[in-house]
Design a protein around this ligand. Structure first.
Ligand code: ATP
Length: 238
């Protein structure tokens, strides 16, 4: 890799229209292969921060680099290429209702020109792994919220992204499945995927030994480096 930091925010601010700062003076870095949780109350700005990393928004000011590239310097085509290295699980899933579960999950592969027949086996195996072996041909409107969420998760990880962003990925899942899902993320992380999981569920987050960012009043703070090791505030992490 030709960069040391996968994601780098430098004095980033985000506002919607002429509104106030939703994110204020964000300075954070993600090293390749790291795994972070992001917590904060509803409306704190977790989805907004993930959307910046997914290149769906540009910072209102400050500098954001992903994969060593300053996003403000990239044209639309370059942003699309960067985005292909990122997997995202949206809070509202964003599945295509006219496609089957299998076709939805295959999309990140078929969009790059691979044939559905060629990828069918891998996609089926992943869907079986998330407990949807009997729903390969089901269309999203016929699935429950938790099942749709698992399709969205499978779609986000099928192409082995370098960076996986998950917005409340366990929101509709019971605790046991949520924990299993986080174990899947840990497996991907061991194979090199950098992971950021936004979650309300601090009980679940605390069961895993990964650093935690918290968004408070638009500011992003690293509140825990490792389990039982709260961060002492310093000028750098405040
Ligand atoms: N497209 C938008 N236009 C205007 N304001 C927005 C937009 N998206 C988010 N906001 C505002 O930005 C703030 C942060 O929202 P965001 O969705 O990032 O928070 P969140 O922490 O993800 O919340 P939740 O946990 O409820 O999903 C909120 O005040 C929200 O109303």
């Amino acid at each position: 890799m030709d960069f040391k930091l996968l994601v780098r925010f430098q004095d980033v601010h985000l506002r919607y229209g002429s509104g106030p700062d939703v994110l204020h003076q964000v300075n954070l870095t993600l090293a390749p292969g790291s795994f972070h949780f992001m917590v904060g109350p509803s409306g704190a700005g977790k989805s907004s921060l993930l959307r910046l990393m997914y290149l769906a928004h540009r910072p209102s000011s400050g500098r954001l680099s992903i994969f060593g590239r300053d996003v403000s310097q990239q044209d639309r085509k370059e942003l699309t290429m960067l985005r292909r290295r990122i997997g995202i699980i949206f809070q509202d899933f964003r599945l295509l209702d006219h496609l089957t579960a299998l076709e939805n999950v295959a999309l990140p592969l078929t969009i790059t020109g691979q044939s559905l027949d060629k990828v069918r086996r891998n996609v089926s195996e992943l869907l079986s792994w998330v407990g949807l072996a009997d729903y390969l041909d089901a269309k999203p409107p016929t699935l429950s919220g938790g099942q749709q969420q698992r399709v969205a998760i499978a779609r986000a990880v099928i192409a082995r992204p370098s960076l996986l962003l998950a917005d409340e990925p366990t929101g509709n899942l019971d605790d046991k499945i949520a924990e299993r899902l986080l174990f899947l993320f840990e497996e991907l992380n061991k194979r090199g995927t950098t992971i950021v999981v936004a979650s309300h569920n601090e009980g679940l987050v605390n069961r895993f030994n990964h650093p935690v960012f918290k968004i408070v009043n638009g500011e992003v703070r690293l509140i825990r480096n490792q389990q039982n090791s709260p961060v002492t505030p310093t000028a750098e992490n405040m």
